[in-house]
Design a protein around this ligand. Structure first.
Ligand code: APR
Length: 307
């Protein structure tokens, strides 16, 4: 197993570290345009191997030669948000970056599965799919796992219970129109609406929706990376270990949920081949309307692309 991580910034370097520590690959290749950055971070991670006890080679490089025949390509290249910026504000800059890195990476690894983390997530995943020409089961975006993890954390904090017993579902695009589903969110199997009043649920949903900006406002110079890298690694682990986990991912829809030709967060079964199946759950008319609106927002942004 060989995994390439493109972008050796906060998300990319943390993801490379987590991949190595979990031994999800024999070889992790960290790529960035900044000279020395991936080499330095890659070597630094590699030098933790004897202490953390992992057998994974970590290589940093500015060229794609060493990425050849990767099984998975994780794209984290791009600029991150600063206070006052929405994810959509990143679109024009990051579209060009994601286009360039995808072209170079797929030329060396034509059979890879691509996972995109760069924002605005759903639109950048579309860019990677369009540029690579890969089938939809090989191009996915990481958003729902992160949004769900945030929701789960806030639920556990509110009820003062272990996060281990909390499951949550968040669908839709990774933006202001994301669609958290309290009915499908549970604590030890008990649906959330049986445990909290509506006002509390609404407060946690709002905090989840604003989860990214809450971190940006604290950091001021960049955006979240610990939880985003964990979320990407959960997807990668399900693929590498062929676990068939059902995780919310940005997937290219061809009629599922009544939506076509758009990337949108939906529950996906992830196996060694990437997306094995999109799981279709029953939505109320309000939930479906929220999902439609979220998809419309992504579509409008895709239309603005100039690639
Ligand atoms: N090729 C390779 N790497 C690139 C390129 C490129 N063409 N352009 C930029 N990069 C690199 C930068 O040099 C930087 O090291 O991408 C890295 C981005 O790292 P950070 O600025 O630390 O941003 P990070 O917090 O990692 O976020 C990256 O993920 O969560 C999203 O919104 C976030 O779009 C952003 C992305």
């Amino acid at each position: 197993m060989k995994i390439t991580v493109i972008g050796a910034g906060h998300v990319g370097a943390t993801a490379a570290q987590r991949i190595a520590e979990k031994e999800l690959a024999n070889e992790v290749v960290l790529v960035d345009v900044v000279e020395g950055l991936p080499q330095g971070k890659g070597l630094d991670i590699y030098e933790s191997a004897p202490i953390e006890r992992f057998d994974a080679k970590v290589i940093g490089t500015n060229s794609y030669d060493q990425t050849s025949n990767s099984d998975i390509i994780l794209i984290t290249a791009g600029i991150a948000r600063k206070p006052g910026m929405s994810r959509d504000d990143l679109q024009a800059t990051n579209a060009n970056i994601v286009k360039t890195v995808t072209e170079q990476a797929v030329a060396k690894s034509p059979r890879a599965i691509i996972i995109v983390v760069s924002n605005p997530l759903d639109v950048m995943t579309y860019v990677a799919k369009k540029v690579s020409g890969f089938e939809r089961h090989r191009v996915l975006g990481m958003a729902g796992v992160l949004d769900s993890a945030r929701f789960r954390t806030f639920i556990a904090m509110e009820l003062n219970v272990s996060v281990e017993d909390v499951t949550a579902f968040v669908l839709g695009g990774h933006g202001d129109s994301m669609v958290p589903l309290p009915r499908y969110s549970t604590v030890a199997g008990i649906p959330l609406p049986d445990l909290m009043d509506k006002a509390t649920i609404d407060r946690l949903v709002k905090r989840t929706r604003d989860g990214g900006i809450e971190i940006v406002n604290y950091l001021k110079t960049g955006s979240a990376y610990y939880a985003p890298s964990s979320a990407a690694i959960e997807m990668i682990e399900s693929i590498v270990r062929d676990k068939r986990r059902i995780l919310p991912c940005a997937a290219w829809l061809e009629g599922e949920y009544g939506l076509n030709d758009v990337y949108c967060g939906v529950p996906v079964k992830l196996s060694r081949d990437g997306m094995e199946e999109i799981i279709q759950i029953k939505l109320t008319p309000e939930e479906q309307a929220a999902l439609n609106k979220s998809a419309d927002d992504v579509r409008a942004n895709i239309a603005k692309l100039n690639i």
